[in-house]
Design a protein around this ligand. Sequence first.
Ligand code: PEP
Ligand code: MG
Length: 576
Amino acid sequence: MAGTVLRGVTGSAGVALGPAFIVRETSSDAAPATALSGDPVQPASERARWQAARQRVSETYQRLAERARQIAGPQEAEILEAQEMMATDPELEEQVGTRIDHGATAEAATRVAIAQYADAMSAIEDPYIRQRADDVREIGQALLRALAGADPVPFAALPSGAVLCAETLAAGALILLDRERLAGLALGTGGPTSHIAILARTLNVPAVLGLGPFLDDLTEGTTIGVDGTRGEVYIDPSADQLQSLQQAVKDYAQERAEIASLVDQPAITPDGVHLELFANIGGPGDVASALAAGAEGIGLFRTEFLIAGRATLPTEEEQYQTYRTVLDAAGARPVIFRTFDIGGDKPVPALGLPPEANPFLGYRALRIGLDRTELLTTQFRAILRAAEGSHNAWIMLPMVATVEEVRQARALYAEARQGFSVQPPLGIMIEIPAAALNAEALAREVDFFSIGTNDLVQYTLAVDRLDERLTSLYQPFHPAVLRLIHMTAEAARAQGKHCGVCGEMGGDPEATALLLGLGVNELSMNAGALGSVKREVLRTPLADAHRLAADALACATAAEVREAIQVFRAAHATAG
Ligand code: PEP
Ligand code: MG
């Protein structure tokens, strides 16, 4: 395999070089189907073994969730809590127990029950649930390891500077790893929106995912190069490859150091234009790291964590406490609260909604809020209460398609505001093409816009944002998307309204100059991206960005746009 280059997908940017540390799956086929001793299986003792293993897995995942909450934020913690719940799911216990009673070993019973559980999830059309099948398989691996007397989540032995190579990796495992020792990640599975990718980006670990089966011929300790920016993995690189990888690692380290030194600088272009750089958060635990990374405000607070996946609705008081915590932590900086963006990929058991044929086009987000108005008004009240004092709260409505929706929401907002002295601005997300096309009319109705490029790309190109098979068609740089962004920013500018971008594109340094040139005045992103985006702003005169945007708008394909950006960035790389 010497000198082989494997192509996968970008999980997390950056370059790493180091010895392979291979984590092979606990081969489920190797799990004994009958008692090893040759004696008949004793159901009682197998059940006891299984329960002990499940207990260890449960405790491990609880610890991991706690650690995740501290080092990565509530969203990551929730992933692990959900996995812990899978391990202790009574349904799983019943499935395993029945098989043990029929003479299977705990291992064999676990293997079959987990496979059925995961297969049932894989068969569900909802891509969100489909992705959870991987989480179930990971829990299955943890149970099998625990049954073998090993750590449910391994890796204590990770050597310093290693590149971890595995077929799959539980998000929990990445949390457990010593970041100082882990140089990079190469995985057979996973896509750009998988949990592991999000976590790798949060922790700044270069990662390539979706490589397919690649472990068979790989030996422990082989030198591996991971180019997370290009999505390439080098196995035992040739002398030439090694040289350029070493240079890339050096450049990457230098880039990180340079970026870290920009934390306290405002993002001002060489011709003196300030582009506000905000952070997206998923809960109160994310604010501190956002501010530490230099965020000037919170451009998107995804409040859904208070409601998604829960059996009961959050009360006004509970919401108030959460919102207050966030506002207190943000000080005088703006915090944009997005009202519940639920439905679609974010199911809400508390609402008992029936399954839909097209959840992304269905009963979701503001549509639910305008139908179940108590949900929206309770949230308005909780935000208004929290905003009293010297805070800077803004309120944003997701998934707006029409002017009428905005008017209805505004009327509810006016009612909710009675008796409050604070008046948070009310804005909308532009994430449905119709809203972008009608931005001029919408701008008259609202105080600000924030462009949700994740959904805008999905709806413009009719490409499910979660479907890994369609990754190549999911093109944020498609000229059609850029025209919609331009129309939106123009409409906002003409009426003196603020216009941000809070989708993933806002945190992509490749898109920074373009978005600046298209006319947006704020970018909101994962805190980890703030430094790289700021560096772009510092290098990009607004006048040049305008020219780039004009060129991009005249392109026919996303590939042409990317090419124009590459040329532009190369020419501006040393400025600033
Ligand atoms: C978006 O659609 O771009 C966005 C920011 O919202 P979400 O990713 O939460 O749908
Ligand atoms: Mg969205």
